[in-house]
Design a binder for this molecule. Structure first.
Ligand SMILES: Nc1nc2c(c(=O)[nH]1)N[C@H]1C(S)=C(S)[C@@H](COP(=O)(O)OP(=O)(O)OC[C@H]3O[C@@H](n4cnc5c(=O)[nH]c(N)nc54)[C@H](O)[C@@H]3O)O[C@H]1N2
Ligand SMILES: Nc1nc2c(c(=O)[nH]1)N[C@H]1C(S)=C(S)[C@@H](COP(=O)(O)OP(=O)(O)OC[C@H]3O[C@@H](n4cnc5c(=O)[nH]c(N)nc54)[C@H](O)[C@@H]3O)O[C@H]1N2
Ligand code: SF4
Ligand SMILES: [Mo]
Length: 887
């Protein structure tokens, strides 16, 4: 029941789609969220993560007070400590001995003042951000091609295209609402979809054509495409003649390989290649969407330019349904680029290496110590910390000890660093645990400001609640520190005041020379800022906002022409060898967000995948002597993880995929980035996070257990563990190499439950004989359960996880102890639809009973009818069920 308290319109804090959210209050005081039907990014839709936002608001583990060297402190002490700590390092070692490492999860206003403080006042460009791991190659590719970091197109292009090519993008899981818009267009206008990804992802399942290319071989593929486009005469000669330079060199590089050589490099057969080439050549309205399979590579910038080359050559850019489209990851990756958050940017799309730009920004800011050279990029920055050259670092809204390559070395560098300041909403992250000074930041639902999505649309994030505890907005913390350091220019009364200055700078001496201009908002009043509707840039004063770029040229280079760039074929830096035979691919799963600090609070977001895994091809598993559900180590020279083997033919031979999400609060040893080397793209500085050679070996555990508990399980003594939330408590997987056996005391300890008088401990079996179960019954209800065995535990996990607090007085106790439901309670199997908690077995049963399509499944089970994130998987389950039936 919703009260008549006014609804608040805000923006989802997860991916770069930037969906509008409406929050309302129920009569019992809870907040509820739904998609905003009027927001032009989502028109009312939300994905599984967005739909669960309300459940993340009272997260435990919230950091509620500043902390100095492990003790609680008040804000005055903390801010003084930050200001005097930074000042002392600057005085003794100069400004380049301090650094700030930010995030695409900061709001534009936070980001703007952080960048201003570092680059104009402290006087160092050692301000980088996690966008270095995310968008840097796209930024560099845009700048090489367009002279500016411009995304030419809009989301509508996906709906107006006849062919959408998704390169290195698991769109169905990572940009689910945009994927739904694309699928709706597919149904309506027959848009064809091509997916270029080494893995057969949920996105690939929904495609007309999937190209499972060899990891890292995209440049060869797009060079091959360019050569083909030239051969068949697909050049837009007028566009190229008027607006493009560099054709000859780019074409010569592209023609260096024959189609057979392209086939050999990419591992694709010539027929598939030709089909791809022909589809692109024959279609005018083509959008090429690309993401981390492109950016996170030592050839990332070349991959971006190889893609853009094809669009420039055919003039397919900036027109309805056409263009290259770099899709952003974080909610404000684009805003961070606008304010110049990267170490090689200045502000408002101006460049550090331009004397004119430096002069302009200096005059605008009245800056006392303007930077003159680029600063250290993320990977180098943490190496400089390790060498002791950077002695103070302020980390905001990111978890580098988990998300940077060579993560264990990053953690060691932070341990050594004399002054580590961390602003976060939680104290649970690996990075927060290494902080000298911890600053509690206001989180989503408390913060106030703006974000910019992938299509350059600026939307408001509005507060729904007061900040938890003593938490404060990041912009305010930064300005307070700046003032304490004696800097003028940080007397902002509100985010609106910062936004005005940001907008004024974008228009300052611009006159159409820079793409980023939101001068129309330079004098926006507080009330108008509060009420601001989503708008797209450019939004210069007195001109209509938004739209596309470059249909008629007008590039931001000296001669206003775009550049086609010669992109020679290179391989990933490290090649697999006998010692390290498999390529590690890393990335995302559908229902978790990065290091899980927020999505990890929500039980249903664990129902799809609850444990860290390594996805292996059957042949590679065989070679390593690994069976499905075995525990395995994945090792590289930099570190190791222990995860569950998942053997599927979706994985290509020679590759293994490990998700990036599981960090220490949720798993004993699963940091994917502990394995990855810090090789970076020579142009963009973005690390190669997807191609690391590794080895996989089986772990011989003495025992394994599946645990459900009303308390947080305590895995002390387990060599492996992973935790997940369940309704009313927790679920966990554990394994041990000790031979201590299992008894009621130990099982209760694993559940994190101390038996109390009146508790009943129901025990069955004996681990020595291979199978042990214990249920702890409190007040007649299930309080905890351990199902243990010698190998991987077979149990109906989703069902058991739902039995916490179940009545244990009747037949249920036998079923629970057996680890299986009765015939009258069908096993849903692994949950596919997180919104309605519909499992794989239910979907397959319905398909066998006649439901032929995703919509038919929706009609009988509701699955896939809310957020739609699972529709691609439902389609696959329906197909497999029908094939099995036919066979
Ligand atoms: N559910 C969820 N959604 C998210 C996020 C999240 O944490 N969870 N994070 C957000 C963020 S910050 C980002 S940056 C985006 C990332 O969104 P995506 O880029 O779509 O996600 P990833 O899983 O990192 O990688 C995409 C794909 O690249 C493929 N790939 C690997 N190597 C290559 C290669 O050499 N060539 C090609 N063509 N493909 C390759 C991988 O197999 C993978 O399927 O997602 C955003 N959305
Ligand atoms: N191996 C591998 N590594 C990767 C990737 C990969 O694909 N593979 N992807 C890379 C990419 S694309 C990205 S974007 C990064 C993401 O990596 P991170 O940025 O490290 O991941 P998050 O878990 O999102 O970290 C955000 C932190 O900010 C906190 N936070 C949330 N809101 C606020 C706020 O308002 N203020 C403050 N101060 N803090 C807040 C959260 O609690 C959390 O601790 O990972 C990169 N690392
Ligand atoms: S697609 Fe999902 S995660 Fe991305 S902005 Fe929309 S609701 Fe949020
Ligand atoms: Mo990202």
């Amino acid at each position: 029941m919703v009260t008549d308290a006014p609804d608040i319109r805000t923006t989802c804090p997860y991916c770069g789609v930037g969906c509008g959210v409406i929050a309302s209050r129920t009569t019992d005081g809870r907040l509820e969220v739904k998609g905003d039907p009027d927001h032009p990014a989502n028109f009312g839709r939300l994905c599984s993560k967005g739909s669960a936002l309300a459940e993340t608001l009272d997260a435990d583990g919230r950091l509620l007070q500043p902390r100095l060297h492990g003790r609680d402190a008040n804000w005055d002490e903390a801010l003084d400590a930050v200001a005097s700590g930074l000042r002392a390092v600057i005085d003794a070692h100069g400004p380049d001995a301090v650094a700030l490492y930010g995030s695409g999860q900061l709001l534009t206003e936070d980001y703007y003042v952080a960048n201003k403080l570092m680059k104009g006042f402290i006087g160092t460009a050692n301000m980088d951000t996690n966008s270095r791991l995310c968008m840097a190659s796209s930024v560099a590719g845009h700048k090489r091609a367009f002279g500016s970091d411009t995304v030419p197109g809009t989301y509508e292009d996906l709906e107006q295209a006849d062919l959408v090519v998704l390169v290195g993008s698991n769109f169905a899981w990572c940009h689910p609402v945009l994927f739904q818009r694309l699928q709706a267009a597919q149904a309506k206008r027959g848009t064809r979809i091509i997916v270029i990804d080494p893995r057969r992802t949920a996105t690939a399942e929904a495609a007309d054509l999937h190209l499972p290319l060899r990891p890292g071989s995209d440049v060869a593929l797009f060079n091959g495409l360019l050569a083909h486009l030239a051969t068949v005469g697909a050049e837009d000669t007028a566009y190229v003649a008027e607006h493009v330079a560099g054709l000859d060199d780019a074409l010569a590089a592209a023609q260096a390989l024959s189609v057979y050589e392209v086939a050999a490099v990419t591992g694709l057969d010539a027929i598939t290649l030709t089909r791809f080439f022909d589809m692109v050549a024959a279609t005018q309205r083509v959008v090429t969407v690309y993401s981390q399979g492109v950016n996170q590579s030592t050839a990332g910038t070349d991959k971006v330019n190889a893609i853009i080359n094809c669009h420039l050559f055919t003039g397919r850019i900036g027109k309805p349904g056409m263009g290259p489209f770099s899709i952003t990851g974080q909610p404000n990756a684009m805003g961070g680029r606008e304010v110049g958050g990267l170490a090689n940017q200045l502000a408002a799309h101006m460049a550090i290496d331009s004397a004119d730009d430096r002069d302009r920004v200096q005059r605008f800011w009245q800056a006392p110590s303007m930077v003159s050279t680029p600063g250290l990029m993320a990977v180098d920055l943490f190496r400089a910390i390790d060498r002791g050259e950077v002695k103070a670092v302020w980390i905001m809204a990111t978890n580098p000890a988990a998300s940077l390559p060579e993560a264990d070395a990053v953690a060691r560098a932070l341990e050594k660093c004399p002054l580590v300041i961390v602003s976060d909403v939680t104290d649970q992250t690996r990075t927060a645990k290494l902080a000298d000074i911890l600053l509690p930041a206001a989180g989503w639902g408390e913060k106030d400001g703006t974000v910019t999505n992938s299509e350059r649309r600026i939307s408001r994030q509005r507060p729904l609640l007061p900040p938890a505890g003593e938490a404060r907005a990041d912009w305010r913390i930064i300005c307070d520190v700046a003032r304490r350091m004696g800097f003028a220019g940080f007397d902002f009364a509100s985010p609106a005041a910062i936004f005005r200055e940001h907008a004024q700078l974008s228009a300052f001496e611009n006159g159409g020379t820079r793409d980023f201009d939101i001068g129309a908002y330079g004098a926006v009043e507080d009330a108008a800022y509060d009420a601001m509707l989503p708008f797209q840039w450019p939004a210069p004063k007195d001109q209509p906002p938004g739209g596309r770029f470059f249909a008629d040229g007008g590039f931001f280079t000296g001669d206003r022409r775009a550049r086609m760039v010669a992109t020679p074929v290179r391989s990933p830096v490290e090649a697999p060898s006998d010692t390290w035979p498999l390529r590690l691919n890393t990335g995302r799963i559908r229902d978790q967000w990065h290091t899980m600090t927020r999505t990890g609070q929500v039980p249903r977001l664990f129902s799809h995948l609850a444990e860290p895994f390594a996805e292996l091809h059957p042949a590679d598993a065989d070679a390593a002597g690994v069976e499905d559900a075995d525990l395995v180590t994945v090792r590289s020279p930099h570190g190791q993880v222990i995860v569950r083997a998942l053997i599927t033919d979706r994985q290509q031979k020679g590759s293994v995929f490990v998700p990036m999400h599981w960090t220490n609060p949720y798993a004993s040893c699963a940091h994917a980035d502990a394995l990855v080397a810090g090789h970076v793209d020579p142009v963009s500085g973005q690390p190669e996070l997807k191609h690391m050679p590794v080895a996989v070996d089986k772990v011989d555990a003495d025992w394994q257990a599946f645990v459900v508990s009303a308390s947080r399980p305590d895995p002390a003594g387990a060599a492996y563990w992973s935790l997940a939330r369940a309704e009313g408590g927790w679920r966990a997987e554990m394994a041990g190499i000790d031979h201590a056996g299992m008894n009621a005391d130990r099982a209760c300890a694993l559940m994190g439950l101390a038996p109390m008088p009146g508790d009943e401990c129901l025990e069955v079996g004996d681990l020595a004989r291979g199978d042990y179960r214990l249920a702890l019954v409190r007040g007649g209800r299930l309080a905890g359960l351990v199902v243990a065995g010698r190998g991987p535990v077979a149990a109906a996990r989703s069902w058991l996880a739902d039995q916490l607090d179940a009545d244990m007085t009747g037949t249920q106790r036998h079923r629970i102890l057996a680890g299986r439901m009765g015939a009258d309670e069908p096993d849903r199997g692994a949950i596919i639809c997180a919104c309605f908690q519909v499992g794989i077995n239910q979907i397959a049963d319905a398909a066998r009973a006649g439901a032929q399509s995703v919509d038919a499944i929706g009609a009988c089970l509701n699955a896939g009818t809310n957020c739609g994130s699972c529709r691609a998987e439902i389609k696959r389950i329906v197909e497999v069920a029908h094939v099995r039936q036919a066979g």
